[in-house]
Design a protein around this ligand. Sequence first.
Ligand SMILES: [Zn+2]
Length: 257
Amino acid sequence: MPKSSLIDAHCHLDFINFDTDRAEVLERAKQNSISDIIIPGISVNNWEKITSLCEQNKKLHPCYGLHPYWVNQHNDRDLTKLEQLIKQIPCIAIGECGLDYRPKQADKKKQQYFFEAQLDIAEKNELPVVIHSVRATEDVIQQLRNHTGLTGMIHSYSGSYEQALKLIEMGFYISFGGAITYDRANKLRDTASKLPLTSILIETDAPDQPDSAHQNERNEPAYLVEVFNTLCKLRQETKTDIAKQTTENTKKLFNLS
Ligand SMILES: [Zn+2]
């Protein structure tokens, strides 16, 4: 277990998967040195729950956004609501938003429209963005090129090393999750070993994307330790330095005290 605390930079703690034992999940996270958890928004329907969870626990931090996976549910009114909400309730970022080009996902143009609108909102309100990018990293980079003032994170990164360098140069952080714990993820592990530590975040994406030690189980923030341990094995720096730096990166990006 790491001596310094860690932050789970992306966890859907509001999902119903945690409704029966959320307190225990949080307790296990605490026992495993997870100090803070970033909760991304996915649709207008989950914003209220996120707000109430984060009001009850100051170590949980809210983001509000419209996820590309549910793009067919979103509409322009939701974008207006998003702009209103972030003026009323303090939040740390816009997201998660982005592009998902897996088969059977919603129309690309529609996804790009909602992504663009949320990038505009983030830029206007000087907030970072939490970005979902699956098989779409090149298009994500293209859309970000029109928003040079923005910063943010690419959650559960799955692009190439070269694309990661481009994103870092544009002011973004690269976040690694359970995927790096699988031996077969050669390219991704190589990327995680080579990027500058000052640009790396770690996350669980719980309840999804469990690490190799918890395959087919519900993922939870305590398992961030598995992602952390893998990252430490892949890199040259000490465990303490990796814990400190990834925590500092997350605090800096999201302006956490
Ligand atoms: Zn997510």
